[in-house]
Design a protein around this ligand. Sequence first.
Ligand code: AMP
Length: 519
Amino acid sequence: MGKSPQGEEGRAVGIDLGTTLSKLAYVDTSGKPVLVPNAEGELLTPSVVAFTKTGVLVGRDAQREALGNPSRAVWHVKRQMGNPKWRFKVDGETYTPEGISALILKKVKQDAEVHIGPIRRAVITVPAYFDDARRKATEDAGAIAGLEVLDIVNEPTASALAYGLARSVEDGVSLVYDLGGGTFDVTVIEKRGNEFITLATDGDVQLGGKDWDERVVNLLADKFRKEFSEDPREDPQALAYLWVSAEDAKKTLSRRDSTKVPVSYKGHWGNYDLTRDEFQAVSEDLLAMTQLTTEMVLEEAGVTWSGLAKVIPTGGSTRMPAVQKLLEKMSGKPVQADVPVDETVAQGAAIHAAICSLRGEGRMTELSAEAAARLGKIRTVDVSAHAMGLIIKDNRTLQYRNDVLIPKNTRLPSSITKTYQTSNDGQQKIILQVVQGDAPDPAANITVGTLEVTGLPAGRPAGAHVKVTYSYDRKGRIHITAEDQDAGKVIATEITGRAGLRADEVAEAARRMSLKSVE
Ligand code: AMP
């Protein structure tokens, strides 16, 4: 069933759907991943969406438009993925985080199609630490944008794949330190021949370059307030400009020891000196948080710094000299300075998309026989970033607690089967409350939802057997199946109260999205 890239199936691409920037890549005939430029001729598309009176803008133009009209724009929507409460209302329409992300995907897809032909299928990357709801939201965003999502792949795994393949890196264990615009992950990955095996991962989905920007925003606003007794943070437009200046200044301080930043508000003009030392001092605690996580992950992987072959930085924020210094201090080895930190995630996603296509179709006509044979041998193994647990009543303390079923850092896919017995005659219902996390206190975990096993026939005596299988698939998504063991049939699979859109809501959003044009 070989399909031409321009055929009905179209290309399979990799998309790095980032907090601040998104990128799309495909693999060329030789199997090399190549980033595709957008309509503005740039490889990185700002993940900003602006609603104008005439349409929807995404990227550089949206960023500019948003400065003049911040209330009609969305930045950093990735941070809201999986948040059922977040909605953006504009011109009588309500958007979910999935819907806004779909607009970004639509833009990178349509711009890339000009260069590489129709795109139908994609692998989209997620931070390794994304939980089930955030992973589902990402998959749904892809579907809403009209893509068949071949797989969701962890960003550090994608980086390791791109890095390892591009350089034919020797076998060994690497640490991928991934600090992007909005999220942070550390992952320990072992390369063994054609296998890329994740040993452990941890992170923070609310820590990234944006937090460093915020420190600069506050530093500048405080300086301005001290001089003029006015605070630019009080006005959304002035604040939007301040964020842009702060990010610019931060980037300059990666290259220079000091910079000057102009700030204007209510007719006052300030021009402030900002040094790298000052910047590092106000963001020291953020860096320290990444250090703590890094050390913890190594311990969980059972690897010492001396046992590491390589430290691979990825994500734009690893350009900050303080990050490089920290990695060198901790590891005692030079950090791979030659990694294109912005590109490896999308490149790895493109390689993974090619691998998925090869598995699905047997061959891809756009790949040479040699490349297909080489990529076809590659295997990646991920781990669960979060434990999966069940809330149970402790017989001893009579308190509810989290009973961990699948521990964190278990190789995926993974499943566990438990058999329960009904405790009363005629009992027809068993309620199972599932969480992600390993804290004993139920409230300290992420609620996934409830499996209501209601299909048990009436009139059975107590002691009827119900077999429940809890699983993580390869993507880190949760599935639960309850079986009436005595009758040998599946009676429940639907997790209620689960965050995210229902299948019919995704289909309806996709229909509406197909009518929308994005520039
Ligand atoms: P990513 O999500 O990997 O594309 O990373 C984007 C983040 O990297 C944003 O927060 C940027 O501000 C940040 N970034 C990009 N270039 C630099 C630089 N030269 N110095 C510091 N941060 C940077």
